[in-house]
Write a protein that binds this ligand. Structure first.
Ligand code: GLC
Length: 416
């Protein structure tokens, strides 16, 4: 028995709160959306019943309009801000009012492949379909094929330099007092800054005042980004949903999803910038490309079968960023002004991002590069433990410890 696998499983047990897994104790004491999808893929390797439970419990938070929120507050905890009283949403159980990257259907297809259990998969498939329809209706009302985020937290990359220009337009005033709890759990130098939090909460206040209605939020949003990482994940999840639709004989669903996938595929391709060797997001308020160099620009590898020349350019650029790093893949291009190797999404390497990149490299025929990244991610975790993320320069494990998605990623990477 691999001792680290044993440890990874113990982390998932320790973070279990009754059929769902918290990302880590105290810092993140509720159920988070994309964390749970990654965790479910980890469970799918050895306990498919528990994997289904993880997704089923997440779906308890799904709204009537199809949105699956980024946090489901199954039980109270006073170690996290902002809690339910700040979000002021109306679902039967308390949830946040924004969403997160739709990894859900990717996990569901893997789980279904492991079990073939149609009875258990079908209700989750229905939930995923409703959520994907919500993405296109609420977050791409003009039908561009790219979906937009109305809050940086929806990206899962909370304080990425990708938001710096767009977020600077958001006022720092809030109706809700900002009482941070995160900096009581981990070093403040590893976390977003206070000013970021003021703006994050300003947006929450704005959308709560819209009663969380998508059209009203869209009209009021001072932060609106058609985002490349989320859209690329949505497309991969859309492909998986399409495969499940066919498997279940849902031909109409299948063609509906196929058409959306096709539109999104073309829209992502139009975001390729050869001069940057990356794909870019678009700031919908200014109409400008977001050119800040972050990991998001490489994630389309996951869901597109790209031309060889494009893949070559992407991989060369990834190699240039990784050069001299102890742990790849840095979430920001090393050396630029906004690069901070210990501050959350402003430089560190994250196991789940590597997981997406590894799958994308394999899909695009770069098996050796994928293998290198897989092995180095495994070594980083074995050396430092199941940290939230890693300083790419020193390899140091940072942020919260005993992190669920790092444990799940480890098991997945070892098994693949
Ligand atoms: C932070 C991360 C986000 C993650 C959450 C729980 O907000 O930025 O990606 O889902 O923590 O781990």
């Amino acid at each position: 028995m691999n001792l680290h696998i044993d440890q990874a499983k113990r982390i998932l047990v320790a973070n279990d709160r009754g059929g769902y897994t918290v990302p880590t104790d105290r810092l993140y004491p509720f159920q988070w959306n994309w964390d749970s999808a990654f965790v479910a893929m980890g469970f799918a390797l050895y306990d498919t019943d528990r994997a289904y439970r993880e997704l089923e419990r997440l779906v308890e938070g799904q709204w009537a309009d199809g949105m699956i929120p980024h946090i489901v507050f199954h039980q109270p905890s006073d170690t996290y801000f902002p809690g339910p009283n700040v979000w002021r949403t109306r679902h039967t159980i308390p949830t946040s009012g924004i969403t997160q990257p739709p990894v859900f259907a990717i996990a569901l297809r893997k789980l279904h492949e492991a079990t073939g259990d149609k009875t258990r998969t079908l209700p989750l498939y229905e939930a995923a379909l409703k959520w994907h329809r919500w993405w296109y209706a609420a977050r791409d009302p003009e039908g561009t094929g790219l979906v937009a985020l109305l809050h940086p937290w929806e990206s899962g990359s909370d304080n990425s330099p990708a938001w710096d220009i767009a977020l600077a337009r958001v006022p720092t005033t809030t109706d809700t007092p900002v009482v941070r709890k995160d900096t009581g759990h981990v070093n403040a130098l590893m976390r977003p800054r206070n000013e970021d939090y003021q703006r994050f909460i300003h947006l929450v206040d704005t959308y709560a005042a819209c009663d969380w209605e998508p059209a009203r939020q869209w009209a009021k949003a001072s932060f609106k980004v058609a985002e490349i990482q989320t859209t690329a994940i949505l497309l991969k999840a859309g492909e998986d949903l399409e495969a499940l639709a066919h498997e279940f004989g849902r031909m109409e669903d299948g063609s509906e999803i196929a058409a959306l996938n096709e539109k999104t595929r073309n829209a992502i391709l139009a975001q390729w910038r050869p001069d940057l060797s990356r794909f870019v997001s678009c700031d919908l308020v200014s109409g400008q490309d977001i050119v800040a160099p972050t990991q998001a620009g490489f994630i389309p590898l996951l869901s597109l079968d790209l031309d060889k020349a494009v893949v070559g350019a992407l991989v060369d650029e990834m190699k240039a960023w990784s050069k001299g790093m102890k742990v790849a893949f840095p979430t920001v291009k090393p050396g630029i002004d906004s690069w901070e190797p210990k501050r959350y999404w402003r430089g560190p390497a994250w196991a789940i991002i590597n997981w997406l990149l590894i799958d994308g490299l394999k899909r695009n025929g770069r098996v050796d590069d994928a293998e290198k990244l897989r092995k180095s991610t495994i070594s980083a975790i074995e050396a430092e433990g199941f940290a939230e993320y890693f300083d790419p320069v020193t390899g140091e494990g940072c942020g919260g410890l005993g992190f669920s998605w790092t444990a799940a990623a480890y098991m997945w990477l070892v098994a693949s």
